[in-house]
Ligand binder design. Structure first.
Ligand code: SAJ
Length: 421
């Protein structure tokens, strides 16, 4: 099997880097996305998302003619589906993007093609995708009915790259490859070997789906443990960061770091896919989600307490109090504000204390509209430290860690990352 043309459906944070990395191996890559702006931007050799090094790889791939983007699917030897899988209001997974991707590629599928689902998905989604494809193309055979003799091969290969390190991790990370049959897995391994240096480990589709959900749930549960400890330690007047550092000296203990909550589009979402399938059984996983989702509210309560202390113990009026939020990104040293607990906390404060909130975020040049609407201002570290009554540390960016700050006696610090304590 040789893959002369590869199509990547969904040109977002995973799809575009994947398309560009395959194209950099001099394979013809057709990227498909419903977003015309994204398609036009990529065809100019530019990018519409932020990820280190991605611009260079995309520009080279487009200029050399190995990568092009389009809004309608074209024939290819392999199709990689990398579309979002959000959850609905009731935490049930929303597979609508996968269904439209399947419907988009179905008309151009031909005998011998491989279809790989990369989107993080609840267990059973790869089989569901194959069923949608089969429904749209009754003239072709699929693994669910024809096993190893099917016309089309189908596999799941979850993406596992860390935002901010995508280009390196796409190549270096091991890949879990879950084919619907052994042959499907073999074909998928051959495909990934074009650009992956890590090991391609074979399993079945359901296990591959669960592996990805398990990795992110592992992080979520362990961060929840750290977050719960931070709340307990606050009550008991113990520095949780010192405590964790001490406990982690034990050779078999490795506690993660507490923070203002869990952000991003993966760790706070994927555990729900397990909970939605097995609600009665996924008790710990569900509780961890609740603990982590409750942390921003707890930080806000601490800020309120600090404000109330100042009002009661000084001559300051409520309207005079200045609050500075340090960091709004969803994790350190990136400019990604999506699903950020730090942003949610800042927005809640800005909405309640209109005109009294400043934001320090070294990774962005201007504030998002919903902060500007509440008269929040973007300022530098020094002025925020100098001019604020309440300092709310939300993200442990390197600039904050490097800053040496000295607080006045009247100033209150709520440090959700424990770096200025
Ligand atoms: N966080 C903590 N304490 C910690 C570590 C993280 O509060 O000790 C918070 C971060 O501040 C952030 C959130 O958790 O808000 C998630 O950050 P992260 O860096 O742990 O992970 P993501 O969401 O950027 O990427 C994860 C990765 N998964 C794992 O590490 C198991 C990545 O490899 C996946 O590819 C990605 O999810 C994904 O796409 O699923």
């Amino acid at each position: 099997m040789s893959f002369k043309t590869i199509s990547v459906v969904g040109l977002g944070y995973i799809g575009l880097p994947t398309a560009a990395v395959f194209a950099s191996r001099k394979v013809q890559v057709i990227g498909v996305d419903v977003n015309e702006h994204a398609v036009d931007t990529i065809n100019r050799g530019d990018i519409h998302i932020v990820e280190p090094q991605l611009d260079i790889v995309v520009r080279a791939a487009v200029t050399e003619g190995y990568l092009k983007a389009t809004t309608t699917a074209e024939p290819a030897d392999a199709f990689l589906i990398a579309v979002p899988t959000p959850f609905k209001d009731n935490y049930q997974p929303d597979l609508a993007y996968i269904q439209s991707a399947a419907n988009a590629i179905a008309p151009v599928l031909k005998k011998g093609d491989l279809v790989v689902l990369e989107s993080t998905s609840p267990v059973g989604t790869t089989e569901q995708m194959a069923a949608w494809l089969a429904q749209a193309r009754p003239d072709l055979t699929f693994p669910q009915t024809h096993g190893e003799n099917s016309d089309i091969r189908v596999a799941h290969c979850p993406e596992r790259v860390l935002p901010g390190h995508v280009i390196r991790e796409l190549v270096e990370n091991d890949r879990v490859i879950g084919g619907m049959t052994a042959k499907c897995s073999q074909y998928a391994v051959e495909l990934y070997k074009i650009c992956v240096h890590g090991e391609c480990v074979i399993t079945n589709a359901r296990t591959a789906e669960m592996a990805k959900l398990t990795e992110n749930s592992f992080r979520d549960v362990n961060i929840a443990f750290a977050n719960e400890l931070s709340i307990i330690c606050d009550e008991l007047d113990i520095n949780v960061w010192e405590l964790i550092a001490l406990a982690n000296r034990h050779p078999r203990v490795n506690i993660l770091q507490p923070g203002p909550g869990v952000g991003g589009h993966c760790i706070a979402v994927d555990p729900w896919f397990i909970v939605s399938k097995t609600p009665e059984l996924a008790r710990l996983i569900h509780t961890a989600r609740t603990v982590n989702d409750g942390k921003p509210g707890w930080v806000l309560e601490k800020v309120e307490q600090a404000i109330s202390d100042i009002v009661h113990h000084s001559s300051k009026q409520l309207n005079d109090i200045q609050i500075a939020c340090f960091g709004v990104a969803f994790k350190p040293n990136i400019d990604d504000l999506r699903e950020s607990p730090a942003l949610d906390i800042s927005k809640a404060l800005a909405a309640k204390y209109q005109g009294q909130v400043t934001i320090v975020e070294p990774n962005i040049k201007s504030l998002p509209d919903d902060l500007l609407a509440h008269d929040a201002r973007l300022v530098d570290i020094e002025s925020a430290v100098r001019d604020s009554d309440v300092l709310v540390m939300l993200v442990d960016h390197k600039q904050f860690k490097e800053a040496s700050i000295a607080l006045g006696e009247q100033q209150k610090l709520i440090d959700s990352k424990g770096i200025w304590l």
